[in-house]
Design a protein around this ligand. Structure first.
Ligand SMILES: [Zn+2]
Length: 306
């Protein structure tokens, strides 16, 4: 008989626990407002950490194209698949520039170094449409890839239609070599850390000095490579790279160890280039001696010489 007592005790204990738990579940907790996840709305897009490119599409409702878009940039270009006629069988026409030295402002916006033209009238014409020069910025390593290899730096010359609806971005690759003296004017005042205001550069900058002497290009339609990743960019990627000294490359690379978006799916987009016989030589040294090869220079590529 005594053996049943411990079981009775255990049964009572279990009942007490069940009743107590049931009672507690009815207790109304005081209405304490828990702190909201303060960081949730404040994650800024970046290249590493919680705001990295894999999350751009979730960071803001206006960034949704970064994850849902089908025409995103940058891309890898398989050069043997590039064609010189479009789907209407029309030949790709070389780009044209109207370029003059310009006053510029200079800023480290935390994502890159950006050089903005002040009252610039410079333009680029792509497929018969004129785009006004807006700003230059840089990526390290280069964003677009050629047969899966990238250059150390890629320069983006951002142009936009006057109504703001479309962009044409000229991408110029940089390889190690000679020092670029035009870039030196900017790199001499390089802001290592994020700056809130634009620095006015004392001397004018001649964008021709930042371009190669041949403007043969690869063209495709894509997006901005930073949020909001809008798919309204006509990409013009120059085949020929320009040279900067290793020190000039290193100065940017040290401040921006990685500000490059990973490559995106090409999907069914064609990549085009000018036909082999197209005139793509570019007089990027208007004050120097004429091109000894006697190659004609696109008329609109040169500003009036002094
Ligand atoms: Zn860019």
């Amino acid at each position: 008989m005594n053996k049943t007592k411990p079981y009775l005790f255990m049964l009572m204990m279990v009942c007490c626990i069940v009743i107590t738990t049931a009672c507690l579940s009815d207790i109304k907790l005081p209405n304490i407002k828990l702190p909201e996840k303060e960081t949730e709305d404040l994650i800024e897009w970046s290249y590493t950490g919680p705001g990295n490119p894999g999350h751009w599409g979730e960071l803001d409702s206006t960034y949704v194209e970064c994850s849902t878009g089908q025409k995103q940039s940058p891309i890898n270009m398989v050069t043997e698949k590039i064609k010189s006629t479009d789907k209407r069988n029309e030949k790709v026409v070389p780009i044209e520039f109207y370029l003059q030295p310009m006053e510029v402002g200079f800023i480290n916006n935390g994502h890159t170094i950006q050089i903005t033209g002040i009252n610039s009238h410079n333009t680029m014409t792509v497929d018969g449409k004129s785009y006004r020069f807006k700003q230059i910025h840089f990526h390290h390593p280069g964003e677009h890839q050629f047969n899966l290899s990238a250059y150390p730096i890629e320069i983006h010359f951002v142009h936009q239609t006057d109504d703001g609806s479309e962009y044409a971005v000229l991408a110029v690759m940089v390889k190690p070599g000679k020092e670029n003296l035009e870039l030196k004017k900017l790199w001499d005042i390089f802001p290592d850390v994020k700056t809130d205001t634009q620095i006015k550069v004392a001397s004018q900058i001649d964008p021709r000095e930042l371009l190669p002497n041949n403007i043969r290009s690869y063209r495709y339609n894509g997006s901005l490579t930073t949020p909001p990743c809008s798919e309204k960019v006509h990409w013009v990627i120059l085949k020929k790279a320009v040279e900067w000294s290793q020190e000039q490359i290193d100065l940017f690379a040290k401040a921006f160890p990685n500000n490059s978006r990973p490559i995106q799916y090409l999907n069914d987009r064609p990549i085009l280039t000018e036909p082999k016989d197209a005139k793509t030589e570019f007089n990027n040294n208007p004050n120097g001696s004429p091109d000894p090869s006697g190659s004609p220079t696109p008329k609109s590529s040169t500003a009036p010489t002094k």
